[in-house]
Design a protein around this ligand. Structure first.
Ligand code: ADP
Ligand code: ADP
Length: 229
């Protein structure tokens, strides 16, 4: 069963720039997949079409059985609850504690306090952040901040996690740690799609890799073929 499908998707921004041209691919449930390509290749745009920060100019994006063209108005927020999003700059609330930052998506969906506490602490333990729950994001290292961003994205147990250059600001050791965290998600029922221009890092992960080149899908490389790419 596919969790995500792009059918001949094109995106032209107002002003005329074609960011994606006739892109088609499918992500199976439980798959971890990378999207790579030079700066400006269309990686961010592809991710934005999934969490509805942008709309395609042509073609369809399917999330399971849901055609995202038909998701409008109030249903946009409901759709976003099923997708975890991790940003390069993590976008944490600076004046809220680690606990509150991670709890936010659960509060927004009206979950009860005791259940929220349980879920947040469980994620904090998994990401080795247990001692940090009362800290403010600014008191944490860059790697810890990014782990909080990931905790917030996965605490709601989304069907799909998308991450846009999640290791862009981290050194190689921290980047590898963050990638190892992502790699654990498929066995827990969350498919993962990561945009990264860091080809070395992508190759070391040995996962299926989509290559964008000026908005077109130039390659779809299987893990076995990645070494030769
Ligand atoms: P990447 O993430 O691979 O760097 P992007 O998806 O951010 O690529 O951008 C793809 C192309 O679309 C780039 O040429 C970029 O300048 C352009 N672009 C991105 N967002 C917009 C926008 N809001 N309006 C106009 N052009 C945009
Ligand atoms: P990213 O590479 O993660 O998309 P950018 O710094 O390129 O980040 O873009 C930041 C914001 O500016 C995004 O919302 C993007 O859509 C928008 N943007 C990017 N390129 C252009 C452009 N050429 N014209 C207008 N907006 C753009």
């Amino acid at each position: 069963m596919s969790v995500l499908r792009f059918d001949n998707v094109s995106k032209q921004y107002s002003g005329g720039h074609v960011a994606l041209a006739d892109v088609s691919f499918e992500v199976a449930a439980g798959e971890m997949i990378f999207v790579t390509g030079h700066s400006g290749a269309g990686k961010s745009t592809l991710l934005k079409l999934i969490h509805l920060a942008e709309r395609p100019s042509r073609g369809a994006v399917m999330f399971g059985e849901r055609n995202l063209l038909k998701v409008r108005g109030r249903r946009v927020a409901l759709h976003r609850r099923e997708i975890g999003v991790v940003f390069q700059d993590h976008r944490l609330l600076a004046d809220r504690t680690v606990f509150d930052n991670i709890a936010l998506p659960l509060i927004l969906r009206g979950m009860r306090r005791p259940e929220i506490g349980k879920r947040v602490r469980s994620v904090l333990e998994r990401l080795a952040l247990g001692a940090r729950e009362r800290a403010l994001p600014t008191q944490l290292s860059a790697g810890e901040q990014q782990r909080i961003g990931i905790a917030r994205a996965i605490v709601g147990e989304p069907r799909l996690l998308v991450a846009d250059e999640p290791t862009g600001n981290l050194d190689p050791t921290l980047s590898a740690e963050i990638m190892a965290l992502f790699a654990e998600l498929p066995e827990r029922g969350t498919s993962v799609l990561i945009a990264s221009h860091d080809l070395g890092l992508v190759k070391r992960m040995k996962k299926r890799t989509l290559v964008l080149d000026h908005g077109t899908l130039a390659d779809d490389i299987s893990p076995e073929d990645l070494a030769d790419a």
